[in-house]
Design a protein around this ligand. Structure first.
Ligand code: HQG
Length: 185
């Protein structure tokens, strides 16, 4: 199977497991799980791809975006539909990073980081990952360092997704520091 078809199927799974399960005739339970065979039937109908291939695509997903557990499957983060991943709060590293674009900066410095359409603000444990997140969009990249140590001291909760993304509900402007360009480029 061609790489681009794998990517199309991965994007379709992100769409239906995070945002629009109805597009594949699926429903998610309160923890985001849905029936693996039903997902495969929808993928078979749309792409002509077998369940074994779907397992391979999930296994090989570079960001480990999906998890299979017995006969069920879910996205491990990134949801806009309201589900509870069932994660326990974790103590984050003392600093985390967020990659974004310069055009969003005035609003971010005013309101802090807000989760927009997703359930959480997504934070990275290293600068390199934040740069990759920022580069998904056009324009000048900005990397913010987050004082997660003081956020934690002041009661903020952090969750670590199964694929290593740090999640929190909101980052106030006072915990945000813009990196100089030479620190990440
Ligand atoms: C920005 C991908 C204006 C925020 C990535 C971001 C990640 C604000 C955008 C995951 C703002 C939201 C998530 C404010 C935040 N004013 N803009 N107050 N607060 N923003 O896609 O972090 O490939 O929901 O900076 O790798 O970009 O899908 O979040 O630019 O892990 O698995 O609003 O998506 O993972 O965009 O990306 P997103 P994100 P996957």
């Amino acid at each position: 199977m061609s790489l681009s078809k794998d990517i199309q199927i991965s994007k379709f799974m992100s769409l239906v497991l995070r945002h629009a399960p109805h597009e594949a005739g699926l429903t998610l339970d309160e923890n985001g799980w849905t029936d693996f065979n039903k997902l495969c039937a929808a993928i078979q109908a749309k792409f002509g791809t077998s369940a074994a291939e779907v397992v391979r695509i999930i296994d090989e997903n570079p960001k480990k975006r999906f998890a299979i557990d017995g006969d069920r499957v879910r996205a491990v983060q990134g949801h806009s539909v309201e589900i509870d991943l069932g994660l326990s709060p974790s103590i984050p590293p003392t600093v985390l990073y967020h990659g974004t674009k310069e055009e969003f900066l005035p609003s971010i410095l005013r309101e802090g980081l807000i989760s927009q359409s997703r359930q959480h603000v997504h934070l990275s444990k290293d600068i390199e990952t934040a740069v990759i997140v920022a580069q998904r969009r056009k324009g000048r990249s900005v990397i913010l360092r987050i004082d997660s140590e003081n956020m934690t001291k002041n009661g903020a909760l952090f969750f670590l997704s199964e694929n290593g993304v740090w999640l929190t509900s909101h980052v106030l402007p006072r915990y945000l520091f813009q990196l100089n360009e030479h620190e990440f480029s």
